[in-house]
Design a protein around this ligand. Structure first.
Ligand code: AHM
Ligand code: MG
Length: 340
């Protein structure tokens, strides 16, 4: 933050928009709505440990409201806020089987659609580890004035207009990327605003941390095994030590990767031949962010952003992070990754 002056996310986004005379401000308004959803979800996440005191899922609280599981709460919050936004024609969520098209006149005339994973890594809630909301914004391809269609949500990542995440960690941060830059905003609780704290994030070209569920090693391909051996052998060389870190929450593992450098991998394996993570809700937005920050994301065969989705909940293997580390792993897995 420059000269001790707080710059709120809204101020920043408006300033950025002014650099493009043709911009209408609709994308800024959408980012503001996503930030609002993040603040509401954050408020509930911060009470997670109190759920036994305040009432379990299915129970009714003192105001007569039903308690909801946090991921359901996050999903409904995003769906409702974006429905009331005048900038969003519809959404697709990791939690819903099919997309939701908002049918009112304002929404039908909106040019953007949003895809999201409302609360990624939610299995970490019980152990108080960071979790996050991931979002991806596309310009719709269907006709304006009519409800959006599934085709709007099946666009390749290279057509993304913006993407971001909100991490509910030791502090709450919103990081979003446009094609121009990646910027991070920390929630300042006393004023309830996201404030610019990490301007123009650039991911280091090299890193020392590899992040993968090594408990799945038995299911990995030969290429992956030889890469893991390479990482561990490097640990013997004091000049080039690699460390292994794996939170098991993609937003948290990738936030660290973005700031400190490193690589995050969720490969295909024998029980998940297409990988585990979702192209549209997790891999595309994260790759868009990492690429805008100077890094790289690949399936092992091609850039994640070049995969044309054929279904909403498609899964892909992912190798993402510091450019040189991603290039290195490709030397091991390319051609050998028979399971992908
Ligand atoms: P979720 O969308 O059901 O929360 O699952 C996605 C999460 C990611 O956050 C994380 O990287 C991965 O699953 C961890 O999976 P695993 O426990 O198999 O290592
Ligand atoms: Mg997820």
């Amino acid at each position: 933050m420059s000269q001790g002056k707080l710059i709120t996310m809204d101020e920043f986004t408006i300033q950025e928009t002014r650099k493009f005379p043709q911009a209408t401000g609709e994308l800024s308004a959408l980012l503001r709505d996503l930030g609002l959803a993040g603040k509401i979800i954050n408020k509930q996440v911060r009470k997670a440990g109190l759920v036994d005191i305040l009432g379990k899922q299915g129970a009714t609280n003192i105001q007569g409201e039903e308690q909801m599981k946090l991921d359901v709460y996050a999903n409904e919050t995003l769906i409702n806020i974006l429905k009331n936004s005048t900038e969003c024609a519809g959404i697709a969520s990791e939690e819903n089987d099919i997309h939701v098209s908002y049918e009112d006149t304002f929404s039908a005339n909106s040019k953007y659609v949003v895809l999201f994973d409302p609360l990624d890594g939610s299995s970490n809630i019980d152990v108080n580890a960071p979790i996050g909301t991931i979002f991806a914004i596309y310009r719709r391809v269907s006709e304006l004035g009519k409800p959006c269609t599934e085709a709007d949500f099946l666009q390749a990542g290279n057509r993304l207009m913006a993407a971001g995440y909100i991490i509910y960690g030791s502090s709450t941060m919103m990081v979003y990327a446009t094609k121009v830059s990646v910027n991070g905003f920390t929630l300042e609780p006393s004023i309830g605003e996201f404030c610019l704290s990490h301007p123009n994030i650039r991911i280091p070209e090299n890193g020392k941390i590899y992040s993968i569920n090594q408990g799945n090693t038995i299911k990995y391909s030969e290429g992956m095994l030889s890469y893991l051996n390479f990482c561990m052998e490097n640990n013997k060389e004091e000049s080039r030590p690699y460390s292994h870190r794996y939170i098991g929450s993609m937003v948290a593992d990738l936030h660290r990767t973005l700031i400190k450098g490193g690589i995050f991998i969720y490969p295909a394996d024998k029980s998940s031949p297409k990988g585990k993570l979702r192209l549209q809700y997790e891999c595309n937005p994260m790759t868009f962010i990492v690429e805008a920050a100077g890094g790289k994301g690949t399936t092992g065969y091609c850039n994640i952003l070049d995969v044309t989705p054929t279904e909403l909940h498609q899964r892909v293997p992912i190798f993402i992070g510091s450019k040189n580390m991603v290039n290195k792993v490709l030397e091991f897995v390319k051609e050998k990754e028979a399971v992908a």
